[in-house]
Ligand binder design. Structure first.
Ligand SMILES: [Cu+2]
Length: 221
């Protein structure tokens, strides 16, 4: 074979190795209904594709009408999260690794603080926390000592291959490299980890559906 032919072949092979395509992941509950506020994480092994834009390094979580809003935040490790109390009464923000049987204020990833209630005509009280501890990766449960029903989550990811499902229960990654891909889904009320799904992506657009074993309560997005 001529040198030029070899070169061409090499280019074709390289293009094939670096191929990528869109991947849509739909998260549904036990009844098959789309589930918002689930975090989808990919572990990609192939080459090529376009790494998604970095996750937010800043986020705001409000305490509003006795709820954390948004109920689930997805941020990069090292993100600065600002907590704002918009209710007229005090709230706590306490955080610990989700899945722990109870709040542990001693862990590296744990913190707790108290935010005074919002006085009319004054700016709402806010505190900023930086999530830069190694142990902080994963789901972190937010709560309030005074109002036991308040639950929120901050999911800290050290990979940009992560997205939160919207109202349609779906996330779409535009350009996932071909080859083996592991899909993991976290959802606050799915207490038993779902087994990761293994896909073998080819050039064609791919779609996968992940079903939870629970029916989560509706929460604000
Ligand atoms: Cu409270």
């Amino acid at each position: 074979m001529k040198r030029a032919t070899w070169l061409m072949l090499a280019c074709v092979l390289q293009a094939a190795a670096a191929a990528a395509g869109p991947l849509t992941v739909e998260v549904v509950d036990k009844n098959g209904k789309p589930t918002p506020n689930a975090v989808v994480l990919l572990q990609v092994a192939g080459l090529g594709g376009q790494t998604p834009p970095p996750l937010p390094r800043e986020a705001t979580v409000a305490q509003e009408r006795m709820q954390f809003v948004p109920a689930v935040s997805l941020v990069a490790r090292g993100a600065r999260v600002r907590f704002v109390n918009r209710d007229p009464w005090d709230h706590h923000v306490r955080s610990s690794a989700a899945g722990a049987a109870q709040f542990t204020a001693t862990g590296k990833d744990a913190f707790e603080l108290r935010l005074p209630g919002h006085e009319e005509g004054k700016p709402a009280q806010a505190v900023e926390v930086t999530l830069d501890q190694p142990g902080v990766v994963g789901a972190n449960l937010l709560g309030c000592y005074i109002h036991g029903s308040m639950r929120g989550f901050i999911y800290v990811s050290d990979t940009p291959w992560a997205a939160k499902t919207g109202g349609d229960g779906t996330v779409r990654f535009a350009d996932v490299p071909d080859g083996p891909v592991q899909v993991r889904v976290w959802q606050a009320e799915q207490l038993i980890d779902l087994p990761p799904q293994l896909l073998q992506l080819t050039r064609a657009p791919a779609q996968v559906r992940v079903q939870l074993q629970v029916v989560p309560r509706r929460a604000r997005l």
